[in-house]
Write a protein that binds this ligand. Structure first.
Ligand code: ATP
Length: 366
């Protein structure tokens, strides 16, 4: 199954859909311009309608871009039909043939290519081992669980040894536990084959746990691209911050910048912040973005934001405290709560943070 992996390049790719009822065109994808490196697993993440599937379908060749170019490796594939591209797509619906055995379902693509029977048999068996279905070749798809059917679909995509594997919400029909197992398995298989993979999802946990890098999209635009920890810890906008995790935003005025440290006024307190998005400047009204686990409690009056604990939710390895403050409700997550002072519901507290665990963002909610 070894094959050289290739990169995928989108150059200023835009897709407009004509609106037939005299309304404005829909710009499903707007100037997408990025490179997926060979062997990477990149997720396209964003809310419904942001253009993820359209981007994937253009890479697969099911849709043609209105503008821009797509390269697989060094080959310009922009105008090539799907079967002339070295890609395989795995969709949300498994698309298995119900009247064929698992073996025949997996063999289908190779039979179409007219390969010798022995080679087909060898490759089908190898692929079934790879996806953990070694002894299931004779079964009918209807006699398999949802997760097993998903594995057959994966085997069917992999057997044609594509250079690029495209996955469109492949796990959304599975229950939560199975989804978790399958995504780890997909990741292991993708790594072991060294195949380039592009994965569409609106599930942030799936995106964060699977990917080398995440492309966050909104309204047809790519809003940020980065490794999961970069996107989580250093989002450049409130939208990305809130889409990839829980985030609190505190309104501040940016007063000065000295070395790497920004000084801001937050209510009547002065706070320091060690990181900022590129569009933040001294003098701006901005927000401090904090993840709930980056906040901590101090005695009343000793932190930056005073409030009253309204609800404590014990989660075993952490405790979530919902605190009523003059900035609205703030969620504070205390990891390993047994080692910390826990404030009871109704108690007055003060919320604080360290400069390197928070980030300044433009106050623009987009
Ligand atoms: P979802 O998570 O709901 O699948 P998505 O992020 O994959 O959403 P797309 O399916 O790419 O989004 O759709 C992007 C936009 O383009 C949407 O506004 C959608 O309605 C529109 N769109 C998609 N396909 C077509 C089409 N064939 N004709 C007209 N508009 C379309």
């Amino acid at each position: 199954m070894e094959k050289k992996s290739v990169s995928v390049t989108l150059q200023h790719v835009t897709k407009r859909f004509k609106n037939t009822r005299g309304k404005a065109d829909i710009i499903a994808v707007n100037d997408a311009d990025f490179v997926i490196e060979a062997g990477e697993l990149v997720t396209l993440l964003g809310p419904s309608g942001c253009g993820k599937t359209t981007t994937l379908r253009m890479i697969a060749g099911f849709e043609l871009p209105t503008e821009g170019k797509i390269f697989i490796g060094s080959e310009d594939v922009t105008m090539l039909p799907p079967n002339k591209r070295d890609t395989a797509t795995m969709f949300q619906s498994y698309g298995l043939f119900p009247h064929m055995s698992v073996f025949d379902n997996v063999a289908y693509g190779l039979k179409l290519r007219g390969l010798p029977v022995e080679e087909i048999s060898r490759r089908v068996n190898e692929t079934l081992v790879l996806v953990g279905l070694k002894d299931y070749g004779d079964r009918a798809p209807s006699k398999l669980s949802g997760g097993q059917q998903q594995r057959v679909a994966l085997a069917r995509s992999l057997i044609v040894t594509p250079s690029v594997l495209l996955l469109d919400e492949p796990l959304s029909n599975l229950d939560a536990l199975l989804r978790e197992q399958m995504r780890i398995e997909i990741r292991k298989i993708q790594k072991s084959l060294g195949i380039t993979a592009i994965y569409v999802t609106h599930d942030r946990v799936e995106a964060m746990s699977l990917s080398d890098r995440v492309v966050v999209m909104k309204d047809g635009y790519v809003r940020q691209i980065g490794a999961p920890d970069e996107i989580y810890e250093a989002p450049d906008s409130r939208f990305v911050a809130g889409f990839v995790g829980k985030a609190e935003f505190f309104p501040v005025k940016v007063v000065s910048k000295d070395g790497g440290l920004w000084t801001c006024s937050l209510g009547n307190k002065t706070v320091q912040v060690a990181q900022a998005a590129p569009d933040v400047n001294v003098g701006d009204d901005a927000v401090v973005m904090a993840r709930p686990e980056s906040l901590r409690f101090e005695e009343k009056g000793k932190g930056y934001i005073d409030g009253v604990v309204r609800l404590n939710v014990y989660l075993g390895n952490s405790m979530e405290s919902f605190v009523e403050t003059s900035f609205g409700e703030v969620l504070v997550q205390l990891d390993d709560p047994r080692s910390k002072k826990v404030y009871r519901e109704g108690e007055e507290v003060s919320i604080a943070f360290t400069p390197d665990r928070v980030r300044l963002l433009s106050k623009n909610e987009d």
